[in-house]
Design a binder for this molecule. Structure first.
Ligand code: AMP
Length: 274
């Protein structure tokens, strides 16, 4: 497995592999890799990628000033070992300084209805940071396909739109949510949870599992009560059209129910696609 930290070196290598006929997959991550991330590498493999590039970058521009950028878990050595075992062929560990010039001034913004709701409404600038860094990674690697997780449903929806609207010509694969046996969606941020908080966090997946097709209003109220009863502070509970992210009044095929809640100081998200 190749290791890169210099964006130019990665770009040169990837260009050479592309010219040699290799099918290239990109898996963007923030590291502290877990089974969820590794499932994205497996999805790239199943799609016949010859080169699977995993980027590990805690992207400062997608964190708000009061968010967990400084304490976000970082373990490059463990991440490299996991990537190698999972079949990645290259790993990219850039630094903020080599991803962003001191006078960086060009941003990629989804300027429609996809970013001003759900996590976008609560985390101003988050998706601007995400779109910009993913566009930069696309330009560095020029992959044929890129794999994202359904765990970050709104992110995957916005990236698909960015690829369509800016003609990146990259296949976007969205892989299912990988969960712990308890049902808790795997997340690097689960490392922040105490035992008691971890027990409370189960309410997220449990409340999603309890949902049924049909009218949303009463189910929304029940979900909010259930989360609160388990000590979680609800950030949002929404049922939306899976393509447009517009709110809907009833749960049916093509609807996604998305949750965000604070478990102590840790903000957790989960979702279910009907
Ligand atoms: P992150 O490192 O949290 O930014 O996530 C990097 C990628 O892994 C994103 O596309 C996430 O949606 C995906 N991912 C994170 N957790 C999971 C999970 N439990 N199951 C599937 N994909 C995940």
């Amino acid at each position: 497995m190749k290791t890169f930290s210099d964006p130019q070196k990665l770009q040169k290598w990837s260009e050479a592999r592309r010219l040699a006929g290799a099918r290239i997959a990109l898996v963007p991550t923030m590291g502290a890799l877990h089974e969820g991330h590794l499932s994205l590498i497996a999805a790239a493999k199943r799609r016949g990628a010859d080169e699977i590039v995993v980027s590990v970058f805690v992207n400062p521009t997608q964190f708000g000033p009061k968010e967990d950028y400084a304490q976000y878990p970082r373990d490059h050595r463990a991440d490299a070992a996991k990537c190698r075992r999972a079949g990645a062929t290259a790993i990219f560990f850039p630094t903020p300084a080599n991803m962003y010039a001191p006078d960086h001034s060009v941003w990629v913004v989804e300027d429609g209805a996809l970013s001003d709701c759900l996590c976008g409404a609560r985390r101003p600038g988050h998706f601007r940071g995400v779109c910009t860094v993913v566009a930069k990674l696309f330009n560095l690697v020029r992959p044929h396909l890129a794999v994202f997780g359904q765990k970050d449903f709104q992110q995957a929806t916005i990236i698909r739109r960015m690829v369509r609207d800016l003609n990146f010509g990259i296949d976007i694969v969205v892989a299912p949510i990988v969960r712990e046996p308890s049902g808790l969606a795997r997340s690097s941020r689960n490392a922040y949870l105490s035992d008691a908080e971890r027990a409370n966090a189960l309410a997220l997946s449990q409340s999603l599992a309890a949902l049924k097709p049909g009218s949303w209003a009463a189910q929304k109220r029940r979900t909010e009560r259930y989360l609160a009863a388990h000590g979680l502070k609800v950030d949002y509970v929404e049922a939306v059209d899976a393509e447009t992210l517009a709110p809907v009044k009833s749960v049916r095929k093509g609807v996604a129910v998305l949750l965000a809640a604070f478990d102590g100081k840790t903000r957790l998200i989960d979702n279910r696609l009907f």
